[in-house]
Design a binder for this molecule. Structure first.
Ligand SMILES: Nc1nc2c(ncn2[C@@H]2O[C@H](COP(=O)(O)OP(=O)(O)OP(=O)(O)O)[C@@H](O)[C@H]2O)c(=O)[nH]1
Ligand SMILES: [Mg+2]
Ligand SMILES: [Zn+2]
Length: 294
């Protein structure tokens, strides 16, 4: 029985890349019963129904090292968070939530600042805000043809999911990296006017340098879940060196006196924008917790 990796799922069909090529598969009925849904990135075994027509059934989903809800993929070990300096403007809430996911899942993260040909001011805003996180940022532009070599080094040997708003240029970046036209791309004006996302399904692509990349449809926002309000601080790398040094044990760095995170903020060691959004996320999580227990 061949095994392989799910490279794409569309309308109940899964495309499994095995050693002898791609099979179009349906999921076994029992998966639905266990509410186990196959995801791109899943390693699976396939029972072949028709070798000529390359049809089969997914027999077994092997255990996952990791699963993301948004974007929905399995077994990745890196997230490339793509923002564009303009058209569309960066959604910093989404960027921070994706970074929280990177920290929470203990995987690698890289921020791709795309379309740097369009605006200079925003490049610095983004770079400055995220410098203190220690997360790598790469500047890219399809127009100037820059950044791709640097990005390729970061992608080599890893399985990286590309995530971010619709229209930031995720598919364009992957086409450049692949040195060919593999993913459909689309005009931002179309996307805004008709709410059209060019990429409709997550798709896994194998890199020449080894490793995989996953293109995903853009999304506007998602909720951070499964985090206790008091744990949120753990997912802010720039807080790390101050945690445990505040006057009060269990300090959440909101309005407690003698808070080392707040003094770091006053000393310019933490981005005020990032800190402001931390407070908002913290309050959201508190509110969710209150609702759950009331
Ligand atoms: N000026 C400029 N435009 C770019 C750049 N990269 C991509 N674009 C344009 O931005 C538009 C959107 O690009 P896509 O690659 O389709 O964006 P996407 O993130 O894949 O969008 P979805 O699939 O809808 O999530 C296209 O018109 C691209 O030509 C760039 O570096 N500079
Ligand atoms: Mg796309
Ligand atoms: Zn504190």
């Amino acid at each position: 029985m061949p095994s392989g990796v799910i490279i794409k799922g569309i309308g109940g069909f899964y495309y499994v890349k095995a050693e002898d090529g791609v099979y179009e598969c349906k999921a076994k009925g029992t998966f639905r019963k266990d509410s186990k849904i196959p995801l791109p990135g899943d390693n699976v075994s396939v029972s072949v129904v028709d070798r000529e027509k390359r049809l089969g059934f997914i027999e077994e989903i092997y255990s996952r090292t990791l699963q993301l809800i948004r974007p929905a993929v399995a077994n990745i070990n890196q997230i490339a968070i793509v923002v564009s300096v303009k058209s569309p403007l960066p959604d910093y809430y989404l960027l921070d939530k994706l970074l929280i996911t990177v920290m929470q899942k203990e995987i690698s993260g890289v921020i791709c600042i795309n379309k740097i040909d369009l605006d200079e001011k925003n490049i610095n805003n983004i770079v400055e805000s995220y410098k203190c996180t220690g997360i790598k940022t790469i500047l890219l532009s399809a127009v100037l043809n820059v950044g791709y070599d640097e990005l390729e080094k970061v992608l080599a040997g890893k399985t990286t999911v590309f995530a971010g708003q619709s229209g930031v240029g995720k598919s364009t970046i992957l086409n450049r990296i692949m040195d060919s036209y593999v993913m459909k791309t689309g005009e931002v004006s179309d996307k805004i006017e008709r709410g059209k996302h060019t990429t409709r399904h997550a798709e896994l692509i194998e890199l020449k340098s080894g490793g995989f990349v996953v293109d995903t449809p853009g999304f506007s926002s998602f909720e951070i879940t499964d985090i206790e309000p008091g744990d949120l601080q753990k997912y802010y790398p720039e807080f790390n060196q101050f945690i445990g040094k505040c006057r009060f044990a269990g300090c959440n760095h909101i309005s407690e006196p003698g808070c080392e995170v707040k003094s770091a903020l006053e000393n310019g060691l933490i981005s005020p924008e990032r800190y402001g959004r931390y407070i908002e996320f913290y309050n959201d999580l508190k509110e969710k917790q209150r609702k759950k227990y009331s």
